[in-house]
Design a protein around this ligand. Structure first.
Ligand code: SF4
Ligand code: SF4
Ligand code: FES
Length: 249
C-alpha cells in the first residue's frame, strides 16, 4: 500500500538580518497530525524534500492544546495556532510563515512583547498586592461572571493584532486584545479602582480611536472573544471619561 504523505513549505530565516528562504518537507501522514507535531518530526530528522540536510525549525510552543497562545503563526495565509491546525483540514502544500507584524527572532519565532507593554499601559490587572490580610474579595454575581468569562479566555496569541489593518508603527494602536482586557478589568469589582486611568490610557494616540471597526480581529480570535462588542463598550466609556475630565478642568 502506498504511503500517504503530507507536503509542507516553511519560511525560514536564521536571524532578523538573514534572507528568508522557503524549505519543502514531505512527511508520512499520521492520524491527528498537526503543524506542531510535524515540526517535531522534522526536528528528529531535519532533511528537506529534495534530500538536503537542514536545521530543526525554530518556533514557540508550550501547552499543545490552544491554551498558552505561544504557537501563533500564519498557516496557509491565516493567523492561527499551529498546535490546533490539523493537517487533514489544510490544503497542501501547507505553507507556514511567521506572524508579520512583530519583530522576527528566527524562523517562526517572533517577539510579541508589545502586547505585554500595552497591557501594562492600561494596568490590566486587579490590584490585590499587600503585606496585610485583604479579607475576602467582593461578591461577583453570576450574571457578571457570565459576561466576564469570555473576556478572561484571552491567550495573548496576538492573532487579532496580526490581522488588524490599524495595528502598525504609524498608528501605534494598542489592538483589540488590550481593549478587551480593559473591559474585563473595569468590570471587576476590585479591578475597577483603575477604571479612569485605563480609560485615559486609551484616549490618546494609539488608543481606541485608531480602530476602524474592520472586524478582522473578532473573526480570527481562536477563543471567540467578543472583541468588537468590547471595543464598542470601552469606546463609549472612553468618550464619557473625556467629557467628565473636560467638565472638571
Ligand atoms: S475592529 Fe478592525 S480596526 Fe478595530 S481592532 Fe478589530 S481588526 Fe483592528
Ligand atoms: S483577543 Fe483573541 S486573538 Fe487576540 S490575543 Fe486574545 S485570544 Fe488571541
Ligand atoms: S502550544 Fe499553546 S497554544 Fe499552541
Amino acid at each position: 500500500m502506498a504511503t500517504r504523505t503530507v507536503t509542507f513549505e516553511f519560511k525560514r530565516q536564521a536571524s532578523p538580518e538573514a534572507a528568508a528562504v522557503w524549505e519543502k518537507f514531505e512527511l508520512e501522514w499520521r492520524p491527528g497530525m498537526n503543524v506542531v507535531s510535524a515540526m517535531m518530526e522534522i526536528a528528529r530528522n531535519p532533511v528537506t524534500a529534495d534530500g538536503r540536510p537542514t536545521t530543526p525549525i525554530a518556533y514557540d510552543s508550550n501547552c499543545l492544546e490552544e491554551i498558552c497562545g505561544s504557537c501563533a503563526m500564519r498557516i496557509n495565509g491565516k493567523a492561527r495556532m499551529a498546535c490546533s491546525a490539523l493537517v487533514d483540514n489544510l490544503e497542501q502544500p501547507i505553507k507556514v510563515e511567521p506572524l508579520t507584524k512583530f519583530p522576527l527572532v528566527r524562523d517562526l519565532q517572533v517577539d510579541r512583547s508589545v502586547l505585554f507593554e500595552n497591557l501594562m499601559r492600561v494596568k490590566a490587572w486587579v490590584p490585590v498586592d499587600g503585606t496585610y490580610d485583604l479579607g475576602s474579595g467582593p461578591r461577583v454575581y453570576p450574571q457578571e461572571q457570565e459576561a466576564n468569562y469570555p473576556l478572561s479566555n484571552c491567550i495573548s496569541c496576538c492573532c487579532c493584532m496580526e490581522v488588524c489593518p490599524q495595528f502598525n508603527d504609524v498608528t501605534g494602536f494598542v489592538g483589540a486584545a488590550t481593549i478587551a482586557q480593559v473591559k474585563l478589568f473595569n468590570n471587576h469589582p476590585t479591578g475597577k479602582v483603575y477604571k479612569e486611568e485605563r480609560l485615559r490610557a486609551l484616549a490618546g494616540d494609539g488608543g481606541i480611536q485608531e480602530c476602524g471597526f474592520a472586524q478582522n480581529c473578532v473573526e480570527v480570535c481562536p477563543k471567540q472573544i467578543p472583541l468588537t462588542n468590547a471595543i464598542s463598550d470601552v469606546g463609549r466609556d472612553v468618550v464619557a471619561q473625556k467629557i467628565k475630565d473636560w467638565l472638571k478642568s
